[in-house]
Design a protein around this ligand. Structure first.
Ligand code: NOJ
Length: 523
């Protein structure tokens, strides 16, 4: 058990993910910006957030809404400029909060100057910065890998007669991390942002940066769903040679060593995969990432596949607790810009409240996704308005636009996200005049008030921050999940009811207690 005094900021803190396009627009173009984030820091501070993580705000042609980076060391003009970023970082720090930025090491934009050089000729000094291969002798693709976003992971470049690799859209060519110059250049981009005060990085698809040296074909997945879109080559394969290669851990250690050149920086990695593969990203002795993102409360053992069931969730938490070495700090995520919104996943707000209590009372760092605190659901986007490349290529039901809709601040037209005469880049919820921060913060029983109170309670309760975790069985109905968080003399019991009706939990041996908070704020 770790006493709270020894906890680092990224262990005590609650991280709040901001999708900059969707948070607050101050220029009237219907797209959020960095100045908008500055203007909403008071809200986040009041809510009880310790650290913000910004999805990419770098110059980008937006083929994948910023995850196609054209320059790692600048700000996309849509979002502001470096001076605005500096003001944002200073304003965050002035509030005692931390700022985490997204870092996209696996691929650049095809408009990045490195790729423009690389593709210009076979003997360009930057040719080997990306992954180029000849067609097979019969003219076919270099291997059978598919792109996450549909189609093959290779695009042929007629000018030089080779294919380049991209496991996302073709505008996202993959860097060759086996080339020491690439590694050095990318590690320097970390230093660039740390010198500007950045406290941590969320590292995009970090498990993908090294591929099998021979780029062997991935095995066919015999359990692939039968109804996959024809171009979904990715889901037809088992992802063996394109991710989580042993060599990646050597590079992760170098990334960590770079973070350690500056005090108290934090590395968070976007990762999936089985527990035994995932846990390796902490490093053998803690020399890897501080927080390999843990998506298991959302995903279970697949993507978006977790069943919202007391026993299943408990199983996931217990397995995680058992898999973590002593030095490894847990973390939990229940929503992000790639997944179904919490309220939609759980079929309504009642269970989203249970989920909030789970997320904020488990042992480990929670990451919240903007808008979940006001219960924004997946918002339908008409098929002709779909913008996400995953939705455009693989069908409307795979579009991530639905979970990226604007934050709703008040009851005015456009919910205070953008000026009334502007058009938000994605639609608002139909009930935005009621579902917004201004209205819900005045309501003593709203889900927003629940988040606020949970965050406050967590912040001042050592048992919740650093205390031990112990699930209870006796007297607990199977559709409930009950656990103790304990630190010295204080014991917090968390009793979560996943049933639609009331349930009774009998725990006579625990003696008397006091109800601190209930999900409906009525007890
Ligand atoms: C994971 C990010 O979360 C997702 O939004 C993005 O499309 C891919 N990586 C590619 O960068």
């Amino acid at each position: 058990m770790t006493g709270q005094t020894e906890l680092k900021w990224w262990q005590r803190g609650v991280v709040y993910q901001i999708y900059p396009r969707s948070f607050k627009d101050t220029t009237g173009n219907g797209v959020g910006d960095l100045q908008g984030i500055i203007e909403k820091l008071d809200y986040l501070e009041h809510l009880g957030i310790d650290a913000i993580w910004l999805s990419p705000f770098y110059p980008s042609p937006m083929a994948d809404f910023g995850y196609d980076v054209a320059d790692y060391c600048d700000v996309e003009p849509l979002f502001g400029d470096l001076a605005t970023f500096d003001r944002l970082a200073a304003a965050v720090h002035a509030r005692g909060m931390k700022i985490i930025v997204d870092w996209v090491p696996n691929h650049t934009s095809d408009q990045h100057k490195w790729f423009i050089e690389s593709r210009s000729s076979r003997d360009n000094p930057k040719r080997d910065w990306y992954i180029w291969r000849d067609p097979k002798p019969d003219g076919s693709l270099p291997n059978n890998w598919g792109s996450f976003f549909g189609g093959p992971a290779w695009t042929f470049d007629p000018q030089t007669g080779q294919y380049y690799m991209h496991q996302f859209v073709k505008e996202q060519p993959e860097l060759n991390w086996r080339n020491p110059e690439v590694k050095a250049a990318m590690l320097d981009t970390l230093r660039f942002w740390m010198r500007r005060g950045v406290d941590g990085f969320r590292m995009d698809v970090i498990g993908l940066i090294l591929k099998d040296a021979a780029l062997r074909d991935n095995p066919i997945n015999p359990h692939a769903p039968a109804n996959l879109p024809e171009n979904d080559l990715f889901s037809r394969l088992i992802q063996v040679y394109n991710m989580d290669q042993d060599e990646v851990h050597e590079v992760v250690r170098e990334i960590r060593a770079t973070l350690d050149e500056f005090p108290e920086r934090c590395g968070i990695g976007e990762l999936w995969g089985p527990l035994d593969r995932w846990v390796k990203y902490y490093g053998e002795h803690g020399e890897g990432l501080h927080l390999p993102f843990n998506f298991r409360l959302m995903d279970g053992m697949g993507f978006n596949r977790m069943t919202w069931d007391a026993q299943a969730l408990r199983g996931v938490v217990d397995a995680l607790e058992a898999a973590l070495p002593d030095f490894a700090w847990p973390n939990y995520v229940l929503g992000n810009h790639d997944r179904m919104r919490m309220v939609t996943r759980f079929g309504g707000e009642a269970q989203a409240r249970v989920a909030a209590m789970l997320l904020l009372t488990l042992r480990g760092t929670p990451t919240l996704y903007y808008g979940d605190e006001i219960g924004i659901p997946d918002v339908p986007v008409p098929p002709e308005k779909i913008q996400d490349p995953q939705g455009v290529n693989l069908g409307a039901e795979r579009s991530r636009d639905v979970c990226r809709t604007p934050m709703q601040w008040d009851a005015s037209p456009n919910a205070g996200f953008c000026p009334p005469d502007a058009e938000p880049w994605l639609p608002l919820t139909a009930d935005y005049t009621a579902r917004n921060v201004a209205v819900m913060s005045q309501d003593a029983t709203s889900i927003l008030t629940l988040y606020h109170q949970l965050l406050a309670m967590r912040q001042e309760t050592p048992a919740l921050l650093g205390g031990s975790y112990k699930p209870l069985d006796e007297g607990v109905p199977t559709d409930c999940y009950v656990y103790l968080r304990e630190d010295g003399a204080t014991r917090y019991l968390v009793a979560l009811n996943f049933a639609a009706e009331a349930r009774q939990v009998r725990l006579p041996e625990l003696g008397r207690g006091q109800i601190m908070l209930s999900t409906h704020l009525d007890r």
